[in-house]
Design a protein around this ligand. Structure first.
Ligand code: CU
Length: 106
């Protein structure tokens, strides 16, 4: 008996992998003990920032007058960068937590 499903299943897996756009990156920022690490990131439009919260309380990544990402305790929050420029973000619950993203055009 020949196993009939092996090759088609492999092709499906390979075509799924090619759907991911090669040029967009994901940057991880660890949130630990009231700190964004790294606090300074260089990215470009279309990239994703993913915050990984190691603390047992919630944080946010908030840009005044613009976007706001909730980062629940022991979970992640993410945001896709849409506009170029330098952004400074902070946590609404702990305003002395600060980070910076320098967003280059695509
Ligand atoms: Cu916070």
């Amino acid at each position: 008996m020949r196993p009939g499903l092996g090759l088609p299943a492999l092709l499906v897996v390979m075509s799924m992998a090619t759907v991911v756009p090669a040029h967009a990156e994901t940057f991880q920022v660890t949130v630990d003990k009231l700190d964004f690490l790294p606090a300074d990131i260089k990215a470009k439009v279309g990239d994703t920032i993913e915050w990984v919260n190691k603390d047992v309380f919630a944080h946010t990544a908030t840009v005044r007058g613009d976007w706001d990402v909730m980062i629940p305790p022991k979970k992640t929050g993410s945001f896709v960068l849409k506009t170029p420029g330098d952004v400074e973000y902070y946590c609404r619950f702990h305003p002395n937590m600060k980070g910076r993203i320098s967003v280059a055009p695509k």
